[in-house]
Design a protein around this ligand. Sequence first.
Ligand code: PLP
Length: 406
Amino acid sequence: MAWTPYSGGLRFPLSSNLTEESVLVVPMTDLAAEYRSLKTEIDEAVGRVLASGDYVLGDELEAFEEAFARYVGARYAMGVGSGTASLHLALAALNLGPEDEVITVPNTDNPTASAVTHTGAKVVLADTTADTFTMDPEKLEEKITPRTKVIIPVHLFGHPADMDPICEIADRHGILVLEDSALAVGGEYKGRRTGTFGPLGCFSTAPGKILGGYGDGGMVVTNDPDLADRIRVLRNYGHAPGLRLSGKDLTGGSGWKVLEEGFNQRLDTIQAAILNAKLPTLEYRIAGRRRAAALYRTLFADTPVTAVHEAPWARHVYFAYNAMVPEGVRDQAREYLASRGVATRLYYNPPLHLHPAFRWMGLGPGSFPVAEKTASRMIGLPCFPQITESQVEEAAATLLEFLGAG
Ligand SMILES: *Cc1c(COP(=O)(O)O)cnc(C)c1O
């Protein structure tokens, strides 16, 4: 893996309207650097698809699906249009409907909840833990009603939720578990990859995610051949498998038969080829993220900054590095870091129930004390595969300087 040497001392005049992205000393991420390091493989993959004439579904998609299933440790993987679509199609395949309730967490990307709403089912939220920011099994059980059909733990920022107690509670009540592993490709719970604990698991391959393409994409994984087929039907208009659009197919396969009213939510074949070209080196990029996180942990030891927690049973893949600062200083800290060229970002702040779209829940501030408090103290620091040691040191030192602890 190529690691860009830190250019050092590169400072740009800052104005108050500078955006996060234009701050260059320590950027939040560098997706173009990732492309440069894999340019040969990626260009070759894109060229291969363009030359093939096979632009929808096809062999390139199947090759990536097989490789992804192997990586995650599931029997089947199905490429779909986005992480949002992966959740929506998975819930549809589990026959969710207006009579059902689904429990998830308030600190997540809003598609986790919207995918539920779009099936007609009702979203119910349960609070998170203060250290892993994931579903708190102790807050889960009280939210279960006779209507609860699915629990969606979110492996937030790449840290797995505590799956054993969550699955135990789900089993005891006859409820299904559907993991939102959008941010956690490669994450592990007790040595087992996330996304494999329930009947179906969901992932995103959007550009900024752990394994990102250059456009939208997502994956659904399962060990169940019937559910795998159902996802393949649902993503492809509801057509029975077999109808091929390829120019190479002389008969058009088995013909047009509509099994159900599905969606057009296939993973784009060019994106599948790109993702397949990136997958063999994914572990190196995860190692880069983990190396940055380990350095932050050392630098934040015995300071007012709470380093990101990695539970003993977890392999965190650090989609983001959300340190926590003392209450009330977060926004000034971000301004200080920006003024010194260090990018930061806020993720899922405030939590879902405090947004206009979820006003129907009727849940005001104080409804989820842990999720709300952690969100208000979190500061997303630069943590990406190509980040250098000096950049991590610069970001940490600048934050500690602001807190008077440098
Ligand atoms: C990104 C994300 C999604 C949605 O994925 P898209 O590919 O952007 O549609 C869902 N859940 C979580 C937790 C995410 O971070």
